[in-house]
Design a protein around this ligand. Structure first.
Ligand SMILES: O=C(O)CCC(=O)C(=O)O
Ligand SMILES: [Mn+2]
Length: 213
């Protein structure tokens, strides 16, 4: 098996052959029953105080097309799309998920950004997770529970280097790891889809480590 930063217990790691990026996909980190249970706990049980934050996009104030929540160690402050986020303290369900993820990817995290896409109409636009507080080569582990959604990646120089965007359908219970130069050289998005095609919700958790300045 190719050298990865991940724990070697996962025989089903798919390494994506991308130029200027280190990306791995673990289709089944959580069983379907666990993933369904976590989706219910996070999205439907009232455990998470979901917010729909206003953000600044190209100088204009907009409402995010999804719900979010930010948890982490007390010092893990984060600035994201012009929002200054102070983390909520870890709750038991997130600690439980974090332990599984940390063991699988052999890395510890001090924060997690939660996104709740209520159906296909909710989305996230093109961006890189390249905020200075994540460091220059962050390792980000992204967990999905609920409806499968397409995750699309494009190289920042795709217009001139001929590299094609790639689309990864992220399954419920899966883990996508982005590391190395991925955030420097690539962007990603979660495009909008029709509600008829995707009537159900999806919760995404991106575990990150904020450098404490
Ligand atoms: O929902 C996803 O899979 C992507 C989330 C993401 O890119 C982010 O939180 O920065
Ligand atoms: Mn991102």
């Amino acid at each position: 098996m190719e050298q990865t930063p991940l724990a070697l217990t996962h025989s089903d790691i798919i390494s994506l052959p991308l130029t200027d990026a280190s990306v791995w996909y673990i289709p089944v980190l959580f069983s379907q029953a666990q993933a369904e249970d976590y989706f219910h706990q996070l999205a439907l049980s009232g455990t998470i105080d979901w917010r729909q934050e206003p953000i600044k996009l190209f100088g204009r104030e907009c409402i995010q097309p999804r719900l979010t929540a930010w948890f982490g160690d007390a010092e893990a402050h984060y600035c994201y799309s012009g929002l200054q986020l102070s983390p909520l303290p870890w709750c038991p369900v997130l600690v439980e998920i974090k332990q599984v993820v940390e063991q699988a990817v052999n890395t510890s995290f001090n924060s997690v950004l939660l996104n709740f896409y209520r159906n296909g109409a909710d989305s996230m636009g093109w961006h890189s997770d390249d905020e200075p507080e994540l460091g220059s080569q962050p390792l980000i582990a992204s967990i999905s529970f609920g409806a499968e959604r397409d995750f699309v990646m494009r190289h920042k120089q795709y217009k001139t280097n001929g590299l094609k965007p790639i689309t990864l359908p992220l399954a419920s219970g899966s883990c996508l790891v982005m590391a190395g130069t991925t955030q420097q050289c690539w962007q990603h998005q979660l495009p909008k889809r029709s509600v008829r095609k995707i009537p159900d919700g999806r919760v995404n958790l991106t575990f990150r480590s904020v450098i404490k300045f």
